[in-house]
Design a protein around this ligand. Structure first.
Ligand code: FES
Length: 105
């Protein structure tokens, strides 16, 4: 599938390929977006914090419990549509998603 990604500097890239075996975090790092993913995808570093368009957020089923604990600590950068990209699984239905990389904390 292909998604559109807005970087921290506001630059939007269309048609970013997301492969079916990747989490969203793996897709973003493979495509050289500035995500450190220090914890390797274990929902414990928050460097993969991203905003999903509302429809996509709903399609992903929202946050999981582990993720919620971490997002709660982000306070001001946390939005209603925040997800940790490492916790977002690929799905055919996410084609065309709008993803925005959240500011660094
Ligand atoms: Fe660390 Fe997602 S990669 S929280």
């Amino acid at each position: 599938i292909q998604i559109n990604v807005t970087d921290r500097d506001g630059a939007r890239t269309e048609g970013v390929e997301w492969k079916d075996y990747e989490t969203l975090m793996e897709c973003l790092t493979r495509n050289k977006f500035p995500i450190l993913a220090t914890c390797g995808g274990n929902a414990s570093c928050s460097t993969c914090h991203s905003y999903l368009d509302q429809e996509t957020f709903v399609k992903t089923g929202g946050t999981n419990e582990e993720e919620e604990d971490l997002l709660e600590m982000l306070d001001d950068t946390r939005h209603d549509n925040s997800r940790l990209a490492c916790q977002v699984e690929w799905s055919e239905s996410l084609d065309g998603a709008e993803i925005e990389i959240a500011p660094e904390w």
